[in-house]
Structure formats: structure tokens, C-alpha cells
Design a protein around this ligand. Structure first.
Ligand SMILES: *Cc1c(COP(=O)(O)O)cnc(C)c1O
Length: 294
């Protein structure tokens, strides 16, 4: 099955928790069970480019539960490319990596130490010139260009505020590129103290758009992939109320942030809020069974 943007839905949740602000969710998670959400958008132009330039192999970097790694493995296979995943840390046996290998990816675990020096891995790699390398998380201009097509799958012009979860900030940059003048893009950082996030987003945008960069740093719940009981309880509660699944790394923190901001009166009265469900349920595979009700 190929990713299909026709599966994307717009869930209008209406005014949640007695607030006056309507909230909708753009369900890019419905594109495909593996290449879900923003990963497909971020990868699409890298894949096109790799194929166009005649590469046979595409390589990238990520952790053992990386949505990006498994999405790349599947997308590479569908585009007739082989794939290589350089994996952070020694663990090499997560369900995510097993699935990536089923899609034909060669996974290569490296120590956390050497994972940090990407250039050395790339330059030392055998036949490295024959590999189309993509940055971790798909960070880069082509990734942002891909993400800039998210808002065109549907008429999103009526929304005043568009919120998304941020890892590398590539998706946020793409949303800023494609947003209308009156629309505010707000990134919710899922990393703790990632103070270079705004700089990373700016690096993908023309200077004229830098003033549109806005990110919030209070909703990381302890840091990347940290998921205290309070967050798990919220995910179950949110699913019961909306039937929308979320993941411990990204979208749960986005949904929580949105509801918290609404409750705190962050948005003006006539705001119309859109949340980007960016997909990616891989992180949930690290939880023990029955932790989540979906
Ligand atoms: C990767 C990912 C993100 C982060 O996207 P960036 O472009 O790296 O900021 C957000 N949500 C989900 C579900 C993801 O898998």
C-alpha cells in the first residue's frame, strides 16, 4: 500500500472543555500505517531527488524508536531504493528497527558518542558517494519544502493558529513557508531546553519569514520521549473524548499544550485553532502492553 494523502481527514472537535475556541485536527497520521504523518511529507522530495540523481541507496540517522527511520525504510523500498539506517546507541532490536529491516533497511548501530559526529560516519562509510544521505529527522530545506505541502491537502485558510510538535523544526519551517499572512504557526518543542530550535527553523527559511517563528518550550514533560504518568493518563483521556490516538513523543505533548493554552486564555476570542496530527506512533511501542487504551 502506498501512502495516500486522500486518507487525510480534518476532525473538527468543536469547542473542547467548555472553551469558546474551536479546535480541529488535521489527521496526517492516516496517510499510511508506517510512513505516517509528517515523515512522508518531509521525505518526499529527498526521495524524488535521490531517484532523479540516479542513486540506488538512501541513508539516514535515528534512534531505536525513530518514526523517521522506519518511514525511510518503507518509502525507500517503494521507490526502488535500498536503505541504510545509522542507529544511535548499541540497542539494535526494537520493534521499530525490526520493522525497518523487514522493509529491507540495513541498520547499523553506533555508540552515542560517535553518532554525534555525523560527518565522520559519512566520510568513513564504504562507497559513501553512492549513498544519498539525509539528515536525522529529515532536517533540511527539501524536508521543509515537503512539509510545506501539508497545508495544501485541504482548505486550511480559515484557521488563525496552527500548532505542531517540533523535533528538528523542519515541519514547523514548512508550515511557516506555506501559511497565509494572517496565520500564526506555533511549534511545541518536545525536547527539553532545545534553545537552538528557533535557530534551526530559521536556517530553513528566508529572512523575511523569520519573524513568523514561534515556539513554546514548556510542554516537554521532562524531555524527549519522557512520558510521566500524567501524560499517559492524558493520552487515554484525550482518546476517550476524541477517538484520536497520540504518541508519547510528539502528538500527546501537542494536544496537551493546545488544551492548556486554551484554558489559560492564550488565544484571542475569535481564534480558530488547527492542530497538525503528525502521525508516528513508534514511540508507543516502547511502552508495556495495556498502558494505553488504544
Ligand atoms: C518526527 C516527528 C515530529 C517532528 O518533526 P520535525 O520536523 O523534526 O520537527 C513531529 N511529530 C511526529 C509524529 C513525528 O514523527
Amino acid at each position: 500500500m502506498f501512502p495516500d494523502i486522500n486518507h487525510i481527514a480534518l476532525d473538527r472537535l468543536g469547542k473542547i472543555n467548555g472553551s469558546t475556541i474551536p479546535v480541529s485536527v488535521l489527521r496526517t497520521d492516516l496517510i499510511h500505517p508506517v510512513i505516517s504523518g509528517n515523515k512522508w511529507f518531509k521525505l518526499r522530495f529527498y526521495l524524488d531527488e535521490a531517484v532523479k540523481q540516479g542513486y540506488k541507496t538512501i541513508g539516514s540517522f535515528g534512534g531505536a524508536y525513530s518514526n523517521h527511520i522506519v518511514a525511510l525504510a518503507a518509502a525507500a523500498r517503494m521507490n526502488g531504493l535500498s536503505s541504510i539506517g545509522i542507529i544511535r546507541g548499541e540497542a539494535d532490536d526494537s520493534p521499530t528497527l525490526q520493522e525497518a529491516r523487514e522493509w529491507g533497511m540495513k541498520t547499523i548501530p553506533v555508540s552515542r558518542q560517535s553518532f554525534k559526529v555525523r560527518e565522520e560516519i559519512i566520510s568513513a562509510f564504504p562507497n559513501t558517494n553512492e549513498i544519498y544521505w539525509v539528515d536525522e529527522g529529515g532536517y533540511g530545506i527539501l524536508g521543509a519544502k515537503g512539509a510545506s505541502t501539508i497545508l495544501s491537502v485541504m482548505d486550511c485558510s480559515g484557521f488563525t493558529h496552527i500548532l505542531c510538535a517540533c523535533g528538528t523544526g523542519t515541519m514547523a519551517a514548512g508550515l511557516i513557508m506555506s501559511a497565509a499572512e494572517h496565520q500564526n504557526i506555533i511549534g511545541i518543542s518536545v525536547l527539553k531546553n532545545n534553545l537552538s530550535l528557533e535557530e534551526s527553523i530559521a536556517g530553513l527559511l528566508p529572512v523575511a519569514l523569520h519573524k513568523k517563528i514561534k515556539s513554546l518550550h514548556d510542554y516537554h514533560f521532562g524531555g524527549y520521549a519522557k512520558h510521566p504518568k500524567q501524560l499517559i493518563a492524558y493520552m487515554n483521556d484525550f482518546h476517550q473524548r476524541t477517538h484520536i490516538p497520540s504518541d508519547i513523543v510528539y502528538t500527546s505533548k501537542l494536544f496537551y499544550a493546545a488544551e492548556d493554552l486554551i484554558q489559560k486564555g492564550y488565544f484571542e476570542e475569535n481564534a480558530n485553532v488547527l492542530l497538525i496530527h503528525s502521525g508516528g506512533l513508534q514511540g508507543n511501542r516502547s511502552l508495556s502492553k495495556n498502558t494505553l487504551c488504544f
